[in-house]
Design a protein around this ligand. Structure first.
Ligand code: TXA
Ligand code: MG
Length: 313
């Protein structure tokens, strides 16, 4: 692995980031969900680097990011009408759709699967960068495998400073990764919940949406689902009842940080702040993150999914 003096690139200098990507380097960039660790979909070397840098299992496929629907035909085949219907309403935005992959796209991208996940990010800087590069960029979340995703440039530097040539600076707003849906069976199946909810998809399509729940021993349809995710070094303890949480925190034996928004001194618990709070807990050397999920949080399937993964409940 090369050593780099990682450069921060601002929007006015995006061309520099585009040039690095076109010279087959890995560059992190912001999207409206979380930061991505980007590489050209056509560079197997850079894609291999992404897996090595993250410590990501090679069977866990990457999302291809595009800025124009005209790019889809080049990376997918037999694009279903449903793809364009959903794209018309939700692209650009935090929706990733899985459809059959074009044979010309490296199996490194898809973890050996015959499908490809595609998303058009709803972020000015990401779109501008994609336009400059003119090639789709694969980009997993910019975090070491298993760690909380990055929502700020400083998080990316924490994990990859000195290991990649550049990080593009920009704000993320949603804070958790995109909703991933599979269109492979002719219907819409949610593989990973996100800010575009089941209810919103059902309302738009006027039909029931399936949610994939991997059962023990079942073939894994979305390989990312089988790995522990988003976990800080601190232990994550989850409560659904405020009084129980108060009792638990009365005589702390550990250095604790609280996320819930109801108790004095606690951090807010929102999609936008979730990963930043987990990372902060580690930076402050906290031993435990106590999370209290109120009714609002419980109704947020995307955030609940990340809380479950981070805590292992
Ligand atoms: O918001 C997001 O989606 C962010 C930003 C950077 O765009 N990206 C992201 O990528 O979260 P990543 O690699 O951390 O998560 C991609 C998820 C994984 O769970 C992976 O297994 C699944 O999508 N996935 C990708 N391609 C797939 C495919 N062909 N079939 C099934 N699942 C796929
Ligand atoms: Mg990820």
């Amino acid at each position: 692995m090369n050593l780099y003096l990682t450069e921060l690139i601002y929007q006015k200098d995006l061309i520099k980031a585009a040039k690095l990507l076109l010279s087959r380097e890995v560059v992190a960039f912001p999207t409206e969900t979380v930061y991505g660790l980007g590489a050209s979909i056509f560079s197997e070397d850079a894609i291999r680097k992404i897996f090595t840098l993250k410590g990501r299992p090679s069977d866990n496929p990457l999302i291809a990011h595009i800025y124009d629907l005209a790019q889809v035909e080049k990376i997918a085949r037999g694009v279903p009408k449903l793809f364009y219907k959903l794209a018309e309403r939700f692209a650009p935005g935090p929706l990733t759709m899985i459809i059959p992959k074009a044979a010309s796209i490296s199996p490194l991208v898809s973890g050996g699967l015959d499908s490809i996940a595609i998303r058009m990010p709803g972020h000015e800087i990401a779109l501008e960068l994609l336009k400059l590069v003119e090639e789709p960029l694969v980009a997993p979340s910019a975090n070491l495998s298993g760690k909380p995703s990055s929502t700020e440039a400083s998080h990316v530097l924490e994990d990859f400073g000195g290991k990649i040539p550049a990080v593009v600076v920009g704000e993320t707003s949603i804070g958790i990764e995109s909703t991933v849906v599979s269109l492979l069976n002719g219907n819409v199946t949610i593989m990973r919940p996100g800010s575009i909810s089941k209810e919103v998809l059902e309302e738009f399509l006027q039909e029931k949406i399936l949610v994939h729940k991997p059962k023990q021993g079942e073939v894994v349809l979305s390989p990312g689902l089988k790995y522990r995710h988003y976990a800080p070094n601190a232990k994550v303890t989850v409560f659904f009842d405020l009084e129980e949480a108060k009792e638990y925190c009365k005589n702390p034996r550990k250095k604790q940080i609280l996320c819930n928004g109801h108790l004095d001194g606690s951090l807010p618990l929102t999609s936008r702040s979730f990963y930043a709070n987990l990372r902060m807990a580690d930076r402050l050397g906290m031993e435990e993150v106590v999370i209290v999920c109120d009714a609002n949080v419980q109704a947020n399937a995307g955030l609940m999914n990340r809380i479950e993964k981070a805590s292992g409940i």
